[in-house]
Design a protein around this ligand. Structure first.
Ligand SMILES: Cc1ncc(COP(=O)(O)O)c(C=O)c1O
Length: 371
């Protein structure tokens, strides 16, 4: 009897093709790194910092160990800590709020816009008080937040704006690239990101020289000179092997984002007739489509159906951070942020990656149509 094979399905993310395409160039650079003998914060890191700053449109970029550190070091570099409040979104990965708590400040959660899933500037405005030091918007799923309104609020109240651009390298507000619009921009190079490496990595962009100088110090144990320390810092450095890969991938980023947008276009066209909500895109600007996240009234049923047919998916995000156990002392109740509560019950992220084919999108959409 022929062996029964599992249906092939579609992975949530597949990087094998990309690795295969890049391996020769990357491996040859790793050979040079080995021969040169500089493995951490060497010439590739310095060159990548310069190339990334140029791409984002900031004066400086400082590479760090991961995206969480990018947020923590940004907050520290702006002297935000105990007794301070930072207004952010609860519809994000935990690291956003975690970073605020790690530096001793209090995350204050605002509601989101129902269409874009990004921070609602009116909800932010209602939460500003004397303790507020910064607004921390997230460009969620690669869709740019309303930086014009948020920057205006920040300017009126003398606040810093720290962009969590972990999911949004290459996204644009109008002509401007995210990460270059606030006081600092924080990126993650976790492999699943729009610009991802094959390990951990992160970056902070800023045009404030004082912030840049403080970041350089903080990422290296608070050292002002070798063996000289006047504050506690971190061991948060990027290595040459990842920086070499990121430099190669940065040259192909526009191609990758175009491929992601093509996948999103295929999804939009096929899902338009169904009873679900497809992602909105900015009127002026560019969604980088790190994730393609739909809303469906029977999300759990749809999710089970896709999973049963080996279609990768993720429930980004099942619960607002304001309702997580770790934040129960902050006193938020269900219903305090009604849009977040509603959205968390209905969102589902579908497979998307640059090498995804039209046939794979068809397979996903055919299954969705069955529900
Ligand atoms: C919105 C957001 N912020 C921060 C992070 C943290 O980045 P990292 O995993 O590189 O620490 C992530 C990563 O998943 C993220 O999605």
């Amino acid at each position: 009897m022929p062996e029964k094979t599992a249906p092939q399905g579609v992975p949530y993310l597949s990087l094998q093709q990309e690795f295969h395409d890049l391996r020769e160039e990357w491996f040859s650079r790793i050979e040079s790194i080995g021969s040169g003998g500089a493995f951490i914060l060497g010439p590739n890191v310095r060159a990548f910092e310069q190339e990334a700053a140029e791409y984002v449109g900031s004066d400086y970029a400082v590479a760090v160990a991961n995206g969480t550190d990018a947020l923590v070091l940004s907050l520290r570099a702006m002297d935000i800590g105990s007794g301070d409040e930072v207004i952010t979104t609860p519809f994000t990965f935990f690291a956003t709020a975690e970073a605020i708590s790690i530096v001793g400040a209090t995350p204050v959660f605002a509601d989101i816009d129902e269409a874009s899933f990004n921070l609602d500037p009116d909800s932010v405005a209602a939460r500003i008080n004397d303790r507020t030091k910064a607004i921390l918007p997230v460009h969620i799923f690669g869709n740019p937040a309303d930086m014009i309104a948020l920057n205006q609020l920040a300017q009126q109240h003398g606040l810093a704006v720290i962009e969590d651009a972990a999911q949004a390298f290459g996204a644009r507000c109008g002509e401007a690239t995210v990460g270059g619009l606030g006081s600092s921009g924080c990126f993650s190079f976790y492999p699943t990101k729009v610009l991802g490496c094959y390990g951990d990595g992160g970056l902070i962009t800023t045009s404030d020289e004082r912030v840049r100088d403080r970041l350089l110090k903080l990422r290296n144990h608070g050292a002002t000179a070798p063996f000289t320390h006047d504050e506690l810092g971190y061991n948060s450095r990027l290595d040459e092997v990842q920086a070499a890969l990121l430099r190669i991938k940065l040259t192909k980023l526009e191609q990758d984002i175009a491929a992601r947008i093509q996948v999103a276009d295929w999804y939009d066209a096929r899902l338009a007739q169904l009873d679900l909500v497809t992602p909105v895109r900015p009127d002026l600007g560019r969604h980088a489509f790190n994730l393609y996240t739909i809303r469906h009234p029977r999300r759990d049923l749809l999710r089970a159906h896709l999973s049963a047919h080996n279609i990768g998916n993720s429930q980004c995000y099942p619960l607002g951070l304001h309702l997580q156990d770790i934040y129960k002392d902050l006193g938020y109740q269900e219903g305090d942020l009604p849009v977040v509560d509603r959205v968390c019950g209905e969102t589902l992220s579908l497979p998307i990656f640059p090498a995804m084919t039209e046939e794979q999108v068809d397979s996903v959409c055919d299954l969705i149509a069955e529900i």
